[in-house]
Design a protein around this ligand. Structure first.
Ligand SMILES: Cc1cc2nc3c(=O)[nH]c(=O)nc-3n(C[C@H](O)[C@H](O)[C@H](O)COP(=O)(O)OP(=O)(O)OC[C@H]3O[C@@H](n4cnc5c(N)ncnc54)[C@H](O)[C@@H]3O)c2cc1C
Length: 805
């Protein structure tokens, strides 16, 4: 057996095989896959082999498109068959919300190059005659949908990898992974030890156990899943005899997926009475066996399916496949460098290996070889969960995810499982004030306050929600007087040491501020992509506070630690420094009433330590509301005292508590972008206008400098702009296509209703040569073309008089 390798991929399911192939495809040939049994010995062998592009996350959908297109390439390279059946597929909608979701998906597909189309019930009956269209209002047809042979496909990946120089070691069980001081790994197997520079965990059903060998907890869990293959179905036999194939049909109302299998049908269910499997760990003895049939669990689903697909009722059951496969808490894969563990990579939690395996392999290989993936992969980045994640959280989320697999996902939806989980000292106080909570990165965050009879539950919707009036009231409170909200949901970092300034100068593209000042700065990848949008505050010459997205903490901290230098110390203090933001024209008066410090000379972007009431705080004059405002940070132990001080001082000015719904409306008034919407690794500083915060004249070779300079001098091909939208009852959410003269020329990044200005505002990208103030375009919202106008000047405080005054 080979005893050294650059990469040891543990696990020979479809995902491990894809990772191995993509490593060779991108140029690394000294790579090795280690499989304890034969290839496909986990979930892979018993999969139904279906593939589709539909995914609520646009980047995931694009990667699913890549995966599906790859199969023909694999067949060509290897001469092996993947058993491909590109039969197309229809997702049914039996109510308006489901149909709205399909309309929104269709719209996104326009600029993703996916040729899906909305079909009527009559067309569905024609394309997929096995469907009873009673109660169906429409569907989404995707010609790329289909199915394949799971084993043939995995072996095709494996052969392609071997052709690229990879080694595959089957019947070899990894029993330990031990890191050497230089960061490389000893992968101990039952047949000897392999010394590897990098380890990839593609252990599928055993990924938890493989992770534990390196002391890593992977938040995933196997769920039982069942599908049935029928005997011959006359209608299908007729189609086959006529040389045709029946397409796939996904029926979200029945939580089922159906396809042709030979001369019969195959149908699988995501049933509500679902069951997690192997809660205490996957047995090493489990392999090529199935779980016992369990018709009780799917009884209701079968009854529903008989109505939707009447041909099933008379078809005999040929076989039942009941097996386990893994899910992460949000149903997306766990991919990328594991934070805090050098040279250890994750390729697990892949619940749809035949839709996603290719994309996972490509992204991971790019990350390992080129340093970063070509697109934003936050939706599947293993860093999207923090240190707070635990098996007690994972299990209920996974059950919820399985049960909601076919449910409508609404943009304003808050999922209830495993909540409340993480709360600050304000939780009970805010709950008593009517807080309607949302969840971000495990943390409870107020969406709005239900007062004066406003709804205490925000009904999920694609249209304006019933939180509209409460949000409007909070916005009025801020713009007309003063509002207060918590700053717990910022990621916060303390950077100290003699080399702190020099390090920040290299890590951040912007100018590092002098003591007492703060600056806004993009953080760039080597290729010039936006990987952060930070506020950088200089508290003293060797002490800085950074603030950014709370949800990207692990993502950012992984970057910081992997670029750390001697003489600088970086600490994640996101949950150690809390506090409040006060914003609105009366904010200064409120703060002045709470502190003995003189704040009359405190300028926009100043930062100072001061005592507020009894609490020692860091106060900075900046606000994402775009108004006169202050962020006031303190130790969580002093947070309640700080609250009572600010709240009492705010009463004469009619202070209102406000939540994230109001915050996102207020930022639109100023056309401020939002992290992971306008600003993400999919975009560059020049495209988004954040290059105005880059210090091109500092003499530091900051990360991403060359790429940023090149784009800055050449000019970006597309540009982020804002639009005033003539909306009806639905605003832009993100990824809606922008039409000009009958063609799609761009897409939206986010939007919403600006309550202060009474306008529906969107932001999005247009080709730079098309950008002109007042340009009339159309934005497709839920299938309707809405007129929109490019607006280059923000409708609120355009000259900054209020914010800076
Ligand atoms: C009933 C059913 C139907 C499904 N239908 C579909 C479908 O239609 N479409 C779709 O896309 N997906 C489907 N899936 C899901 C699909 O099977 C998985 O997404 C996919 O197989 C995951 O592949 P994997 O490589 O991550 O994991 P696995 O297939 O579990 O592979 C992991 C491999 O790692 C090996 N391994 C683990 N630990 C070690 C160790 N210590 N040393 C050496 N080797 C080790 C195992 O032996 C195994 O071969 C279905 C799943 C089920 C259960």
């Amino acid at each position: 057996m080979q005893t050294t390798t650059r990469v040891a991929v543990i696990g020979g399911g479809v995902v491990g095989a894809s990772v191995l192939y993509h490593l060779t495809k991108l140029g690394w040939s000294d790579v090795m896959l280690i499989e304890r049994s034969e290839l496909t010995s986990g979930s892979t062998w018993h999969a139904a082999g279906g593939f589709h592009t539909l995914n609520g996350d646009t980047n995931m959908a694009a990667l699913q498109g890549y995966t599906i297109r790859l199969y023909k390439e694999l067949e060509k390279i290897t001469g092996m068959s993947c058993g491909l059946h590109h039969v197309g597929g229809i997702t049914l909608a039996d109510n308006q919300d489901r149909f709205d979701m399909l309309l929104a998906e269709r719209a996104k597909h326009r600029f993703m190059g996916l040729e899906t189309e909305i079909v009527t019930p009559a067309e569905i009956a024609k394309i997929a005659p096995v469907t009873n269209i009673e109660g169906i209002i429409g569907g989404l047809y995707d010609p790329l949908d289909g199915h394949l042979d799971p084993s043939g496909t995995t072996h095709a990946y494996a052969r392609a990898a071997r052709m690229g120089g990879a080694t595959i070691q089957t019947h070899t069980m990894v029993v330990e992974t031990n890191q050497r001081p230089d960061g490389t790994w000893d992968v101990v197997t039952d047949r000897g030890t392999i010394h590897a520079e990098h380890v990839v965990n593609a252990g599928g059903l055993w990924a938890r156990e493989v992770g534990a060998m390196a002391g890593i907890y992977f938040p995933l869990h196997p769920m039982e899943h069942q599908y049935i293959v029928t005997e011959e179905v006359p209608m299908i036999a007729d189609i086959v005899d006529a040389g045709g194939e029946h397409p796939h049909v996904m029926d979200p109302a029945g939580e089922s997926y159906l396809r042709q299998e030979g001369r019969g049908l195959c149908i699988g269910f995501y049933e509500q009475p679902c069951r997690p499997w192997a809660v205490n760990g996957t047995p090493w003895t489990f392999g090529h066996e199935l779980l016992p049939d369990d018709f009780d669990k799917i009884e209701d689903s079968i009854a529903f399916a008989y109505k939707r697909f009447p041909a099933l009722e008379v078809a005999g059951v040929k076989s039942v496949i009941h097996g386990p496969f893994t899910f992460a808490p949000d149903g997306n894969p766990l991919v990328g460098p594991v934070p805090g563990v050098r040279n250890y990579w994750s390729a697990c939690g892949v619940m749809a290996g035949f839709s996603q395996g290719g994309g996972v392999g490509l992204m991971l290989a790019q990350w390992m070889i080129e340093g970063e993936p070509e697109r934003d992969v936050m939706a599947m980045d293993v860093a999207r969960f923090g240190d707070w994640i635990s098996p007690g959280y994972t299990l209920p989320k996974i059950i919820e995810n399985y049960q909601k697999r076919f449910s409508v996902s609404y943009p304003n939806e808050e999922l209830p499982a495993a909540r409340p989980n993480r709360t600050t000292p304000m939780y009970d106080i805010f709950s008593d004030m009517g807080a309607v909570w949302g969840q971000q990165y495990g943390l409870e965050v107020v969406n709005y306050y239900a007062q004066h009879g406003e709804p205490s539950y925000e009904t999920p919707s694609f249209r304006r929600s019933d939180a509209f009036d409460a949000t409007a009231r909070e916005v009025r409170g801020v713009r007309g007087g003063v509002g207060i909200n918590e700053v717990h949901n910022f990621g916060k970092y303390r950077v100290t040491g003699p080399r702190a300034r020099a390090w920040l100068d290299r890590i951040m593209a912007g100018r590092v501020p002098q003591p007492g000042r703060l600056s806004l700065t993009p953080m760039l990848s080597e290729k010039g992509k936006l990987i952060g949008d930070f506020t950088m505050s200089c508290l003293a010459e060797e002490e800085f506070q950074l603030t950014a997205s709370y949800g990207s903490q692990n993502f950012h901290f992984r970057w910081f630690t992997s670029h750390l230098e001697d003489g600088v110390h970086v600490e994640n203090i996101s949950d150690k420094r809390n506090g409040f933001q006060i914003a609105g024209p009366k904010a200064r008066e409120v703060l002045a009433a709470c502190t003995l410090s003189d704040i009359s000379d405190m300028r926009f972007l100043d930062v100072r330590r001061m005592t507020v009431g009894m609490t020692d705080c860091i106060v900075q004059r900046v606000s994402y509301t775009g108004d006169l405002g202050y962020e006031i940070y303190c130790d969580p132990m002093g947070q309640r005292a700080l609250w009572w001080t600010l709240w009492a001082a705010g009463q004469p000015h009619g202070m209102v508590p406000f939540g994230m719904r109001a915050m996102m409306s207020l930022r639109l008034d100023k056309h401020f972008g939002s992290w992971m919407a306008e600003f993400s690794p999919d975009y560059t500083a020049a495209e988004t206008g954040l290059d105005r915060f880059i210090s091109f004249n500092k003499n530091t070779d900051f990360i991403g400098r060359a790429a940023a300079e090149a784009e800055h001098s050449k000019g970006a091909a597309r540009r982020l702009v804002a639009f005033a939208v003539d909306a009806d009852d639905a605003d832009v959410q993100g990824y809606e296509p922008i039409w000009l003269n009958g063609a799609v020329v761009g897409f939206c990044t986010s939007g919403g209703y600006s309550h202060h200005t009474g306008t529906s505002i969107a932001q999005g990208f247009l080709p730079t040569d098309k950008v002109a103030d007042g340009l009339r375009v159309e934005i497709e919202i839920l299938g309707q073309m809405r007129p929109a106008t490019v607006t280059l000047t923000p409708p609120f405080d355009a000259d900054g008089a209020r914010m800076r005054g």
